[in-house]
Every structure is written in C-alpha cells, then in structure tokens.
Design a binder for this molecule. Structure first.
Ligand SMILES: Cc1cc2nc3c(=O)[nH]c(=O)nc-3n(C[C@H](O)[C@H](O)[C@H](O)COP(=O)(O)OP(=O)(O)OC[C@H]3O[C@@H](n4cnc5c(N)ncnc54)[C@H](O)[C@@H]3O)c2cc1C
Length: 455
C-alpha cells in the first residue's frame, strides 16, 4: 500500500498508522480520478461505450481548474487551419458545449491575437451541464472523495483508496484513469514522472471575476489595460506579471481577470503539490487580486463601479507532475504541427509559457502550416503500472509541450481517448498499452472525434 507522503516533517518522529481493513465502495469497469475537462470527457465517454464507470472528485462539482480555479474560458477547441480558424475538438466536447449553450452560459468564440479563438463560459452553467452530461449517460459520480492512496496487485492497481466524509473506502476497477491534474494516482502507484517543482513549472494564477463593469466604457480593456500597466510601472508601481488577460463573460457586466502570479520567496513558481506552498499561494493570490482590482478601479475606464464578485475556491495550478510515458509531447511537436500514427485527436493551442513576471507565446508558422499537432495515444500510457492511463495536464509531455497541450481542448481529447482505450482493453482482455490503434481510431471517429489525419 502506498500513501501520499507529507512533504514537510514539522515534528519528528513520524507516527506509524495501524493497519486497518477498508470497506470497498464498489467495483467498476473503469474508475476516473478527477473531474476536470479530462475526467469529464473520460467518464462520459466510458459511460457512452456502455462501461460501468465511477468518477471520483474531491470537490462537490465538476470542471477542475475550469470551475474550481475560475478559468471560465476554453482554449484549444479551435485551430488556425491554413488561415481558417475552426473548431477541431469535437466528440464529447460537443455534447458538453451544447449543454452549456442551452443554459445560456456560453459566449461566442473570441479572437486571440487574431490567430486563433477561445470561448468563455459561465462557471455555474459549466457545473450544471457537466453533471447533466455524466448523469444522463449513466456515469456514477462520487463527490467529496479524495484519492489518497492505492493498493497494488503486482504491477496493477487493485484499488484506489479514497477519503470521504463517510470514512476511508476503496474503489476497485479494471482500468483506472488518472485525471487528477497532478498525476496523484500514478505517483502513488510508482509510475515515473517529471516534477520541475524546484526548477520551474509554469507559474500559478489566482483568477478573479468582477461584476458591475460598464462594458462600453471598458472597451477593449484586454488591449488598453496592459498599456495602463506599462505607464503605471514608469511611476514605480510593480505588478506580479505582465500580459494581463481581462475579458467579458456572457453577460458583459461580468469580467474575468487573469493577471496575478504566485511565487515562493526565492522567486520560483509555487509548487501545486506542496500544501504549505499552496497555503501561501492562496493568501498571497487573494492579496494580489485585491491590489489589482484597486488599480483597475482607480485607473481603467469602465471599472469605476465594479466589485469583486468571485475569488474561486482554489489557486489556479497550471502544471505539477507530468508522467514519463510511452511518448512525451514536445515543444517541437507543437511548433512543427507533428503527426503521429497513433493520433487520438489534435491540439491547436500554441505554447503559452507563464514564466516569471510574464507570459510568452510561441506559435507554429500559421497560416503556412495546418495549425495543430496530433496527440498520440502513447502520451496517456505510464511506465510500470499496467492498468492505468493518465489524461489531462499531467499526461506525458515535456514542460514546453505541456505549456500548449494542457489547455481544456486537448484535455477533452485525452480524456475521451483514454476511456476509449480502456474500453477496448477490457473488451479484448488486454492491457491499455496492448490495444489495436486502428480500432481505437475507428471508435473515436465513429463517436465524432476529429483525428486530424486527413491534412
Ligand atoms: C489560472 C489558469 C488559467 C487558465 N486559463 C485557461 C484558459 O483560458 N483556457 C483553457 O482551456 N485552459 C486554461 N488553463 C488550463 C486548464 O484550465 C487546465 O490545464 C485544465 O483544466 C486541466 O484539465 P485536467 O482535467 O487535466 O485537470 P484539472 O482541471 O486540474 O482537474 C483535475 C480535477 O481532479 C480533482 N482532483 C485532483 N486531485 C484529486 C484527488 N487526489 N482525488 C480526487 N480528485 C482530485 C480536482 O479537484 C480537479 O477537479 C488555465 C489554467 C490556470 C491555472
């Protein structure tokens, strides 16, 4: 049995926990850990394929960083395909988008630097739509359940151990899909991963939303506010980062603000798997949000009467552990729009690196190239642990590859493909790494996934 080890030994010696037997909550074909975009797509796809599936989520709602960290915006659904900006992520994502739109919570896609598009949504609509998607397809949801360890059977996971208000329990499954964003289950199980916590992951951001904005007066604040910030810097005002992103939500009196940046005392990114650093980041993030709000109110037209309507439940974490899998998606793959024989869908988002004090963008040579790279099935396959797949921002990617393919669009693709791979493995009585790729691609295509293999 492996347990999550505390990073900080505050008082020695450790306590030895007595062995105890744990009730089994249930046994499923597939267990999905984490309900962000990857986990939503994985659980919905597994249920659609007729599998019994349980999604285990530590919060009381779905959406992951998209709701819990207030992201409120889908990137990576679109790509600039030789100058034609179009949606390239479909499959389960379409079903989810339709449900959010039906609730009146989806913006029209907006341009990003004139090169691609992103699409904002209301958090409440996303939560309701995601519940509805999973429940209507027959997936089971267990909220307020934190995966805290695993029980191994040789090189396979026998059960995931969860902490809940009703006590500690075990969940058995044929295949586990780790969509925790932090590769928690993979780490518990001893699958190798990269964790650049000490050297440089992407910096986290505390998002916040304002209400009471006069949208007409605010105009294109995403363009003008960064200029106001430059002027303020000349007057000696310091901001945690450049590259402020301010955009209206569905109802234009409400805006999201993506501008804070959380670092440790020695200037590196807060480590999203370290409880003490996270605690510092939450407090400091709220302080930064307040300071920036006061700057906007005093300096930016349209924001004079605004107020902070929401600081989300948690600090926004972009990157922690990334598994070292059968293939790691790289910077070059993104910039060269790489093709793979085992394509499971595409990523059309560029490299968006949240570095100290700034956001740096690197794009493929659009419109001369097709504007997206394939995502290979191998990036979901961890080493050592046979009945586990890992999807989402903790899949197998280099730091730079993750700086692009971490966004929601690619996470939907990975989640749906992981569930489809798990389904085929169960059907054929093999491990997920042993399935036939052609069958996987055919099944994905039948379910509306755009594989991007025709260009
Ligand atoms: C500030 C910020 C701004 C961003 N802006 C955008 C944007 O505009 N557009 C965009 O598309 N992307 C954006 N991203 C990136 C994107 O939100 C994430 O990369 C994406 O949500 C990752 O999806 P995921 O499913 O892999 O993981 P996550 O969204 O992190 O979801 C993981 C889920 O697993 C749960 N979980 C974690 N550990 C456990 C556990 N041990 N047990 C049970 N449950 C667990 C979490 O509660 C969470 O619900 C942004 C990210 C941040 C932080």
């Amino acid at each position: 049995m492996t347990e999550q080890g505390g990073a900080h030994h505050i008082v020695e010696p450790d306590i030895v926990e007595p062995a105890r037997s744990i009730p089994v909550f249930g046994e499923f074909d597939i267990a999905v850990i984490g309900g962000g975009p990857a986990g939503i797509a994985a659980a919905a796809a597994a249920a659609r394929l007729g599998r019994t599936v349980l999604l285990i989520e530590r919060y009381g709602f779905l959406g992951g960083m998209g709701t819990a960290a207030g992201v409120t915006n889908f990137c990576g659904l679109h790509a600039n395909v030789h100058g034609d900006i179009r949606q390239v992520v479909h499959g389960i994502a379409d079903d989810l988008l339709d449900r959010i739109a039906a609730l009146g919570g989806l913006n029209e896609p907006h341009l990003i630097f004139g090169k691609t598009k992103a699409q904002a949504y209301d958090t409440a609509a996303y939560k309701i739509a995601a519940d509805d998607l999973l429940v209507s397809r027959g997936a089971r949801l267990l909220f307020h359940a934190y995966a805290a360890g695993i029980s191994m059977d040789g090189d396979r996971i026998d059960a995931v151990l969860i902490e809940t208000k009703s006590g500690r329990m075990a969940v058995r499954a044929g295949v586990f899909i780790d969509c925790s964003g932090d590769a928690d289950v993979a780490a518990f199980a001893g699958a190798p991963f990269d964790d650049d916590g000490d050297s440089g992951t992407l910096f986290p951001t505390m998002m916040f939303r304002l209400n009471g904005v006069d949208a007409e007066a605010a105009g294109e604040a995403w363009r003008t506010v960064p200029m106001l910030m430059d002027e303020a810097e000349k007057r000696g005002i310091r901001f945690p980062r450049k590259g402020a992103i301010l955009r209206p939500q569905k109802h234009a009196i409400e805006w999201r603000v993506n501008v804070t940046q959380l670092a440790t005392a020695n200037g590196r990114a807060i480590n999203g798997t370290d409880a003490l650093e996270l605690s510092h980041g939450e407090i400091e993030g709220r302080k930064q949000a307040l300071a920036f709000f006061e700057f906007l109110k005093a300096n930016a037209p349209g924001f004079e009467d605004s107020y902070i309507v929401d600081i989300p439940p948690q600090l926004g974490i972009r990157e922690t552990r990334r598994i070292r899998g059968a293939y790691s998606l790289t910077r070059d793959d993104v910039l060269s729009c790489a093709s793979f024989d085992d394509a499971i869908g595409v990523n059309g988002w560029p490299i968006e690196a949240h570095v100290a004090g700034d956001v740096q963008w690197e794009w493929p040579d659009i419109p001369n190239v097709r504007g997206y790279n394939h995502l290979p099935y191998r990036m979901l396959i961890p080493a050592r642990v046979r009945n586990l797949l890992v999807a989402g921002r903790c899949a197998s990617m280099t730091h730079e590859g993750q700086s692009a393919a971490r966004v929601s669009g690619a996470c939907f693709v990975m989640g749906e493909a992981a569930a489809t791979g798990a389904h085929l493995a169960l059907a054929d009585g093999v491990m997920p790494s042993e399935i036939g790729v052609t069958k996987l691609q055919e099944t994905l295509k039948t379910n509306g996934v755009f594989l991007g293999t025709d260009l």
